[in-house]
Design a protein around this ligand. Structure first.
Ligand code: AMP
Length: 190
């Protein structure tokens, strides 16, 4: 089993690379951002609870996202492995994920952290706003998402670093170049 955390700031290209990774390594993609957006679009109770928080670029509660991940893990006992994209985003989320995976004897193998400088992130996110029209891609909200990342999410990289499970890669380049860097890391982590 191969369990990977794809880590990086908003706009680092995690979603784009996750698509390539799941195809090559036959993993299941678990993106809490996608799950929450789907709940919001469907107008479920959960969607209504998180809509304003997401639109402001704040993190939703640990309890909510941990429950979403736990549910998906339980629903897919036969998966060849998981790629966690946009999760964990806080230390308590990382601890909860470890507890869930260790209980099954299939811990995280590696956290691949994609480094992209802030100026490039803002440019990419503003471009994505034009292409996809996401509600959380205005300049002000982008700044807040980056702030949330710096304050609450960045420590998660050190969390995996302390476990000897952190691989840093350069997140600037073509989609193919970056995928090659990720593949090299995953091939040596298998
Ligand atoms: P993303 O598409 O991963 O950038 O997520 C979009 C938004 O969903 C974030 O700005 C948060 O409001 C929320 N979200 C997604 N994943 C998480 C998470 N692991 N913890 C807290 N909030 C999250």
């Amino acid at each position: 089993m191969l369990n990977i955390v794809l880590f990086g700031p908003p706009g680092a290209g995690k979603g784009t690379q996750a698509v390539n990774v799941i195809e090559k390594y036959k993993l299941m993609h678990l993106s809490t951002g996608d799950m929450l957006r789907a709940a919001k679009a469907a107008g479920t109770e959960l969607g209504k609870r998180v809509a304003a928080i997401m639109d402001a670029g704040n993190l939703v509660s640990d309890e909510i996202v941990i429950a979403l991940i736990e549910e998906r893990l339980q629903q897919n006992p036969d998966a060849a492995g998981f790629i966690f994209d946009g999760f964990p985003r806080t230390i308590p989320q990382a601890e909860a994920l470890d507890a869930l995976l260790n209980a099954n004897g299939n811990p995280i193998n590696i956290c691949v952290s994609m480094a992209v400088d802030e100026e490039e992130l803002v440019t990419r996110l503003l471009k994505r706003a034009e292409d996809q029209g996401r509600a959380d891609d205005t300049r002000e909200v982008i700044q807040n998402r980056i702030k949330e990342y710096t304050n609450k999410t960045l420590p998660v990289a050190s969390y995996y670093g302390k476990q000897g499970k952190l691989a840093n890669i350069n997140g600037i380049g073509s989609v193919e170049e970056i995928f090659e860097r990720i593949s090299a890391v995953l091939d040596s982590a298998k």
